[in-house]
Design a protein. Structure first.
Length: 104
């Protein structure tokens, strides 16, 4: 089980689409082109609620396109437009009630 949070991409909206059209076209590929993927190790996640709390807080950081948290491994994968400030990620994880160990 893992929680995944993906933010809507500007300019990819499609009338009547459940996902803004991003998963039904090349928009999903172009939206992440040039993106940075970073995997963090987080201590204390034990369930889906934990995953959602961590993913939700990190997804609010500027430039974050998507977050996937997995309690089973303690890993959180973040896709962002540019590298994130690790202290900002640490603060977001702390706000969710967990501890950022560092990059995985």
């Amino acid at each position: 089980m893992s929680a995944h949070t993906e933010l809507p991409q500007i300019g990819t909206e499609s009338a009547g689409s459940c996902c803004g059209g991003a998963c039904h076209s090349d928009a999903a590929t172009s939206a992440t082109e040039g993106a940075v993927t970073t995997v963090y190790q987080v201590k204390g996640m034990t369930c889906g609620h934990c995953e959602g709390a961590v993913a939700g807080e990190i997804s609010e950081l500027d430039g974050v396109a998507s977050v996937t948290a997995a309690a089973a491994t303690g890993q959180v994968t973040v896709v962002s437009a540019a590298p994130l400030d690790e202290e900002a990620v640490r603060a977001a994880v702390d706000e969710a009630g967990y501890e950022l160990i560092g990059r995985a």
